[in-house]
Design a protein around this ligand. Structure first.
Ligand code: NOJ
Length: 595
């Protein structure tokens, strides 16, 4: 049922006068030439200052599950900024949506949200919501018994984050979740996909280490609050915030030891929230995560025998085993609901028509970017053949028959973070020459993302903020992407588990009326949602939910708070939230298209 513009909510922010301000510095990344996801082939000693980052040599901190042991872990981080308040804020007044913004364009030029494909409705039970992740919104990183994470560390390394944003406070959703949930409900949206922080549940991460009851109770109340407001909680177990303890003890996801520790953590979360959460993800964007740990500043923290070239693939191997083990436990424990992991990226379109090398490059792109975590779950139980043909076993560990059996079928649905879809081309020297030369700068992927067409060099999409050179609005490619996913990795149900847009130069806007006028983001959502409706109704693709990234502005990893994805603005002095135009458009679209 639609609950739009109702009187749930709050009015508390006037009470919050945080003596806290974060400096926002626009980052200056250049618009990319052809890009590739190729991993840098450079070996970095385990703990050096060659890049400016420092991490204690892996294994040099012994597991010690005492208060002193936790202090020792926090000492790796250094000092942490305390939040301006440390109690959960209870909304005291209702959330009033602003009066509607004036139409953006004359009707002859572009329809209003309600007039876009009015003949099409979302199917019954459709999840129409927003998404966030613990590190990016919670703040309060050292409160209520939490252990440090690798992002608490990475954000403090020189150059680790463009504007030096840490997760210490950001949106302080840890204490403001009641208000944030009320504001989602007031828009009429019915779902929020968020992540649980492993090191809040298990501060030392490990299977034989103690559970932090305060952390368990916190998320329990977060979940109950969502249910009270009629906003379904969708939970991700891991959104890139590896417990620092596990990195220090044995090298995190570059070690086989991570598998049992993750399964133990998953079981703790399943049993704590069983029955109240119906849709679960084990891992968020594992492909991006495993490439992240191969790059600065994470490239100083590997298990023995792993280097920057092999780290992404060893990570993929252990992560998939951890996923399969967690799903096995989920089913053995009879946890209610459905589970999968969140893929990301796109299949791609050949850059030059009728070019066989570009067609092959698309296949390589599909294999390395999506197939790597999809073939094992949905089609073969194994890596894509292209990857096995390219990567020797020292890079890509091979699955045993038993592992393959555990992996195949270990997902109840398909989830894709489908932000954009680019052209893909062969490298200049051709696919074959690249594949046969391990020193080629484009090896092992041997394909390039092209953001402009091959004919006249027109941009393939609407440009995003310069801080996100990987992103453009490419709604024209959306249906093809969903069709390809449906064809290649069939599943009864697809969630668009994240999509969203960084408004160009939003960080340079100082007045609220400018910030609220997020026209590029609004157009992104309206065009994508129209394409999604057509996918469902004209192509028969079983899309069952969409999740707008993000519920609020947040810490965008290496770009910090300078690059904005929120449908709500956050004032980083007062922590006040303000709906942008895109939030209202999303609300209007849902009001007009829900069945
Ligand atoms: C996907 C990631 O899951 C999320 O953490 C990130 O902020 C968005 N992409 C935008 O880059």
């Amino acid at each position: 049922m639609h609950i739009s513009r109702c009187t749930v909510g709050i009015g508390l922010l006037q009470a919050i006068r945080a003596a806290h301000a974060q400096t926002a510095i626009a980052s200056t990344t250049e618009t990319p030439a052809p890009t590739t996801a190729t991993v840098t082939v450079v070996d970095v000693p385990t703990a050096t200052a060659t890049t400016g980052a420092y991490f204690p040599p892996v294994g040099s901190i012994e597991p010690d599950y005492s208060a002193e042991g936790l202090d020792e872990l926090w000492n790796v981080i250094g000092s942490v900024e305390a939040p301006p308040f440390t109690t959960t804020v209870t909304p005291t007044a209702s959330v009033a949506l602003p009066s509607p913004p004036p139409p953006l364009y004359p009707a002859f030029f572009a329809p209003e949200p309600k007039d876009i494909l009015p003949q099409y409705k979302f199917p019954a039970g459709f999840k129409y919501g927003v998404a966030t992740a613990a590190y990016q919104v919670e703040g309060a990183v050292k409160d209520e018994g939490k252990g440090p994470t690798m992002w608490d560390w990475a954000s403090r390394q020189p150059g680790g984050v463009a504007d030096n944003t840490t997760g210490d406070i950001v949106d302080l959703n840890y204490y403001l979740y009641k208000m944030d949930t009320a504001r989602v409900a007031a828009l009429g949206l019915n779902t929020h996909s968020f992540s649980v922080s492993w090191s809040r549940i298990l501060p030392y991460g490990a299977a034989d280490s103690p559970v932090n009851q305060e952390g368990v109770d916190h998320y329990s109340d977060v979940i109950d609050t969502h249910l009270e407001y009629g906003v379904e909680p969708v939970v991700t177990l891991f959104h890139w915030d590896t417990p620092l303890a596990l990195q220090a003890y044995y090298g995190g996801f570059t070690s086989p030891k991570i598998v049992d520790d993750f399964i133990n953590y998953a079981k703790a979360v399943f049993s704590a929230y069983n029955g109240r959460v119906k849709t679960w993800y084990t891992f968020n964007e594992p492909r991006v995560f495993c490439e992240q740990i191969a790059s600065y500043p994470f490239n100083v923290t590997y298990a023995a025998g792993v280097n920057t070239s092999t780290a992404p693939f060893h990570c993929a191997y252990y992560l998939l085993k951890a996923h399969a083990g967690a799903v096995k436990a989920f089913r053995a424990m009879n946890i209610s609901g459905e589970i999968a992991l969140k893929n990301d990226d796109f299949v791609g379109t050949p850059w030059r028509a009728n070019n066989t090398d570009d067609a092959e490059a698309v296949e390589r792109h599909a294999a390395f970017q999506i197939g790597i975590f999809s073939d094992p779950l949905y089609t073969t139980g194994d890596w894509p053949q292209i990857m096995k043909d390219t990567l020797p076993e020292e890079y890509l560990p091979r699955f045993t028959d038993e592992e393959k059996a555990d992996l195949l079928g270990s997902a109840d649905f398909y989830a894709i973070d489908s932000y954009r879809s680019w052209f893909v081309s062969a490298p200049d020297n051709g696919v074959a020459a690249c594949v046969s030369n391990t020193s080629d700068p484009n090896w092992p992927q041997c394909n390039l993302n092209m953001v402009y067409d091959a004919q006249a060099g027109w941009a393939a999409g609407v440009l995003s903020d310069p801080g996100t050179d990987w992103l453009g609005a490419t709604p024209d490619g959306a249906r093809e992407l969903f069709n390809e996913l449906n064809r290649r990795w069939p599943s009864p149900k697809i969630y668009v588990s994240e999509f969203g847009f960084s408004e160009p130069f939003e960080n340079e806007r100082t007045q609220l009326y400018e910030i609220k006028q997020d026209v590029a983001r609004t157009n992104y959502y309206m065009t994508y949602l129209g394409e999604i409706l057509q996918s469902i109704h004209e192509d028969g693709v079983p899309i069952a939910g969409i999740f707008a990234w993000a519920m609020i502005d947040n810490a965008e990893w290496g770009s910090g708070i300078s690059t904005k994805f929120g449908i709500q603005h956050v004032n980083y002095t007062t922590l006040e939230r303000t709906y942008k135009r895109s939030a209202i458009a999303l609300s209007d679209f849902w009001a007009a298209h829900q069945s």
